[in-house]
Design a binder for this molecule. Sequence first.
Ligand code: PLP
Length: 233
Amino acid sequence: MATIASNLQAVRAAILESAVSAGRKADDIALLAVSKTFPADAVREAFAAGQRRFAESYVQEVLPKMEALKDLGIEWHFIGPIQGNKTRPIAENFAWVHSVDRLKIAERLSEQRPAGMPPLQICLQVNISGEDSKSGVAPEEIFRLAQEVARLPSLVLRGLMAIPAQSGEAMAQRAAFAELRRLYERLNGQGLALDTLSMGMSDDYPSAIAEGATMVRIGSAIFGKRNYQEGKA
Ligand SMILES: *Cc1c(COP(=O)(O)O)cnc(C)c1O
């Protein structure tokens, strides 16, 4: 039977293989384990197998989980949609936020980041071609948003994130990742020092790695199928 540890091993091996075939180093690709909807025990199991970075999408769900796991020293990443009235617990509890898509949210996160903590590491979510959710800034608006967010005192702008619509078409999938990479390169050409391309999930991370992903966000390939509906947690 597949266990979390054996799934993790398989994912790490697949990351290595994709990296090698793209002429990249596996060390340049960070694995984020997406533990939303899975209990604290599952996170503990992955941690015991060497996983240190975990990502969550729902604030209500994650706070008790963080409390139960606070002995571990996990690096927590927030990847879900952000409501204006939910920024404080995110600013106070996470190391990274990947889903910032408007200035107002970034300003609140910066204001609410506690003084004693390191700055919050930020990726801007882009609504890249074919994205099936309403989240994310439009590609043509990313340049202005990035410059504004880069100036906020308690944030560090690290890069871009996208969730392209799942497509049976490997080429369409890759094209969306390539588009995100081009935006990232253009931003760096404008003087931003971005180092993070957060793209690739369980079904498509090999193509994301081929297009330059530096962080892949993997849930079901590690923890199994999520069996209650997203958004209810
Ligand atoms: C749930 C989620 C993932 C992980 O999805 P899997 O298909 O289970 O790997 C990655 N990124 C975001 C933003 C998510 O919400």
